[in-house]
Design a protein around this ligand. Structure first.
Ligand SMILES: Nc1ncnc2c1ncn2[C@@H]1O[C@H](COP(=O)(O)OP(=O)(O)OP(=O)(O)O)[C@@H](O)[C@H]1O
Ligand SMILES: NC(=O)c1ccc[n+]([C@@H]2O[C@H](COP(=O)(O)O)[C@@H](O)[C@H]2O)c1
Length: 225
């Protein structure tokens, strides 16, 4: 999980420090999902394709050093022809995991660069989880770009639909309603301790343009003040 940086400018976005800690608390019991704060620590907002490139390079580096470690530990294996290195190299893969509604943001004018979408679906790939109100397969068919790379888009159907929405959780918290059993107790305690979601936090970035839209605006109209 890679929390976005504060400079994304989304309405109601609380500080990255809190979001990273809440995500870590929520994942305390997971033995396979972890939080990486790299994206949230960047000075400016980072395009998703650049975040993927960063994590892919990290994965490649970890893969290479593991290979070297194995080679040093079993130096004779390569000469006996037993080594994994004799087989086709299996490189790590990195895919972007999202909910079906996220896929639909691809068609929001000026939010995404066409070449970024192409690299995300073409080079990396997408794993998209079903969500009430979104039909990802229809959306893919309607898009020339997405249908070209549909072999690289993996649709996951949730048999038990989970309609939990972060917006609803935040507004319940602001109104003092209970969110017990909807999010982990440790996260509820952290939110209460730091009084994170309030009417004031909900107004943060109100009226601001999202950073990707702002960037596109300056590219399209560079002479504007
Ligand atoms: N209940 C859910 N089922 C499937 N995917 C989800 C669900 N909730 C969030 N996601 C996915 O997780 C990613 C991050 O979502 P986000 O933090 O924007 O939560 P959200 O519930 O969509 O927020 P909001 O309600 O504020 O729009 C997105 O790709 C979103 O589609
Ligand atoms: N052009 C882009 O790379 C681009 C555009 C919009 C959202 N995103 C990313 O999508 C993620 C989710 O954003 P939302 O919560 O606004 O749906 C964030 O990490 C954000 O940085 C990337």
């Amino acid at each position: 999980m890679s929390p976005v940086s504060d400079s994304y400018g989304k309405k109601g976005l609380v500080s990255a420090r809190h979001r990273v800690t809440m995500a870590k608390l929520a994942l305390e019991t997971s033995d396979w999902i972890r939080v990486d704060p790299w994206e949230s620590e960047q000075d400016t907002w980072t395009e998703t394709v650049k975040v993927l490139r960063h994590h892919y390079n990290e994965a490649l580096r970890a893969f290479q050093s593991k290979k070297e470690f194995t080679r040093n530990k079993h130096p004779t294996e390569s000469s006996t022809g037993n080594s994994l290195s004799c087989q086709q190299p299996v490189l790590p893969e990195l895919k972007l995991l999202c909910g079906a509604d996220f896929l639909q943001t691809f068609k929001t004018p000026n939010l995404w660069k066409e070449e970024d979408i192409e690299e995300i679906v073409g080079k990396f790939g997408l794993v998209c989880i079903s969500r009430v109100g979104s039909d990802p397969s229809q959306f893919i068919q309607e898009s020339d770009l997405l249908s070209k790379f549909q072999h690289n888009i993996f649709l996951v159907r949730e048999w038990i639909q989970n309609e939990v929405s972060a917006t609803q959780i935040r507004s319940a918290l602001c109104r003092g309603l209970s969110v017990k059993y909807l999010i982990p107790d440790s996260v509820i305690a952290y939110i209460a301790q730091h009084n994170i979601y309030t009417a004031e936090s909900e107004r943060r970035n109100e009226g601001h343009l999202l950073q990707p839209l702002r960037l596109q605006n300056t590219t399209i109209n560079p002479l504007r003040d």
